[in-house]
Design a protein around this ligand. Structure first.
Ligand code: ATP
Ligand code: MG
Ligand code: MG
Length: 299
């Protein structure tokens, strides 16, 4: 149920466009969650554009905000969501906040999107990997790495479905993360992306695969939207597989709308980011009432 749910979302902010908190907060609100928002950076636009201007929050800034909330008795979160962070010290501070929130509410669910890179390239400082492994993952209840991030966290290469499931098992056992979701991998073909979900409850383990129709564009903010939707639907349904199905369904609707907007409005031959910003606001009905999307069990 979301009626008493309050999420603390610690992610990036862009003035224009929809990545980080701008991609995560609106859908959470549409789905009935109160969201307290901390911006790790405030940037003009996402980093795919030719230039980006803005400012960062440092670890003292986060501590200040936390102290302010605490002083006014405003720490009453049911969920923590973290995404893009580009400093090791700030990430360590987020782990500290996660520990505090869990001390104050032992039922708090921490959804950690370990944003580090994509397609074989890291876009945060390499020393952050160690902090994720040693400090952050052990606090997380749900993690949503993409394939590259799952490979970084495990030191394994994912070339087959068995590799993906082995990497997931390693994340379950080494870091005691109960729910691991690989949001996408290149194990599909021209037509589909393949994602995986896995939950451990007691001695039972459930693993499923998501076969996601691939749309021919390079979107930004999709991973952030995915993590927020997973948080929301796990809270509402109590079922990770169903939550992923609903999340993928909304993403398909958002991205189809985005692509058709792009095709109608962009006459540039090069990818024109301005027209590829996800059509999130226009998709509010697809956020509230996603169609059914099916996933399959891994045997
Ligand atoms: P981001 O770069 O936005 O952080 P990510 O690499 O963290 O993304 P992805 O796994 O690439 O996360 O995307 C998250 C979800 O968004 C996928 O599970 C998929 O449902 C959807 N998605 C992203 N790109 C596409 C695409 N080109 N076609 C179809 N679905 C996509
Ligand atoms: Mg990706
Ligand atoms: Mg991501």
């Amino acid at each position: 149920d979301s009626s008493n749910a309050r999420v603390l979302s610690i992610q990036s902010h862009v003035v224009s466009g929809y990545v980080g908190n701008r991609s995560a907060v609106f859908p959470l609100q549409v789905l009935g969650f109160d969201v307290d928002v901390v911006n790790t950076v405030q940037l003009s636009n996402h980093s795919g554009y030719p230039s980006t201007k803005g400012i960062s929050l440092n670890e003292n800034g986060l501590q200040d905000l936390y102290d302010g909330l605490r002083a006014n008795n405003l720490i009453r979160h049911t969920h923590l969501l973290s995404g893009f962070v580009r400093s090791k010290a700030l990430l360590e501070k987020i782990a500290h906040v996660a520990t505090e929130l869990k001390r104050l509410n032992p039922d708090l669910i921490y959804v950690c999107d370990p944003v580090m890179g994509d397609y074989g390239k890291m876009y945060v400082p390499v020393e952050m990997l160690e902090t994720y492994k040693s400090t952050v993952l052990p606090l997380a209840d749900i993690i949503t790495p993409n394939q590259f991030e799952a490979e970084l966290l495990t030191g394994m290469t994912i070339r087959t479905e068995k590799d993906a499931l082995d990497a997931i098992d390693k994340l379950h056992t080494e870091y005691a993360v109960p729910v691991v979701i690989i949001s996408s991998s290149d194990l599909g073909n021209e037509e589909v992306l393949i994602g995986f979900g896995s939950c451990i409850r007691g001695h039972t383990r459930k693993q499923f695969r998501m076969t996601i129709p691939k749309l021919p564009a390079d979107f930004r903010g999709t991973g952030d939207l995915f993590a927020a939707l997973v948080l929301a639907w796990v809270a509402k349904t109590g079922d990770v597989q169903q939550a992923c199905e609903l999340a993928i369904s909304t993403l398909q609707a958002v991205l189809k709308r985005t692509l058709s907007f792009y095709n109608k409005n962009c006459s540039d031959p090069k990818p024109c980011w301005r027209h590829l910003d996800i059509r999130l606001i226009q998709s509010r009905h697809d956020i509230e009432n996603p169609d059914k999307f099916s996933t399959t069990y891994c045997s």
